[in-house]
Design a protein around this ligand. Sequence first.
Ligand SMILES: C[S@@+](CC[C@H](N)C(=O)[O-])C[C@H]1O[C@@H](n2cnc3c(N)ncnc32)[C@H](O)[C@@H]1O
Length: 198
Amino acid sequence: MNRHAYFEDLAEQDDPLAFKPEQAATVERFRVRLGDLRGKRVFEPGCGAGPLTTLLADWVGPGGHVLALDSSARMVARCKAAVAGLTEVQVLQARAEDAILVAGSWDLVLCFRFYPHLEDADLFLRRCQSALAPGGELVVANLEGSRELNRLHARLPGVRDDAMPSGEALRCQLEARGWEVTEVIDEPQEFFLRAHPA
Ligand SMILES: C[S@@+](CC[C@H](N)C(=O)[O-])C[C@H]1O[C@@H](n2cnc3c(N)ncnc32)[C@H](O)[C@@H]1O
């Protein structure tokens, strides 16, 4: 099974990748790490069925905007249903690498539970650099560390080759590509990296 088929199948499940009650504290810690998003313009590639997208709509509030995007048509349909009526959110189907983003128009590119699935991380990162507004940031985050995520992927057909770099490896990759990395956490229950164009 390839990655695309894997996510299309996953999208047919009852509540794909919904947050579990026992993850509430981890999600809250993540919200605090992100900081105040009120009024911000957030690009969320790989939004899936939108468990985070609905929260982001609340976090950016009435003056903010969220563009949620996914390459899976079924995930996009699930996400659109999840955010129906939330005027702050737009949901599109596209590969993140191919997304057409107005230059200098995003305050935050948020790769949540998404980064290891990119087909072409270099291309994606170049696009993010030009899409970010002055002061804008890239955040790569997961609800587990890179080692734990890679152990999980190893058991899943379709994503077993989708390797999450360690925090330090991703820091090096980003710095080599013109980013300044300001925060890196890679611990068993958390991955959080924050960067901005250098
Ligand atoms: C692990 S899921 C996470 C979804 C969501 N972020 C969440 O936390 O529930 C990864 C998502 O990325 C999407 N995806 C994979 N490769 C992609 C790409 N190149 N561009 C856009 N979306 C992609 C998949 O279809 C899937 O919905």
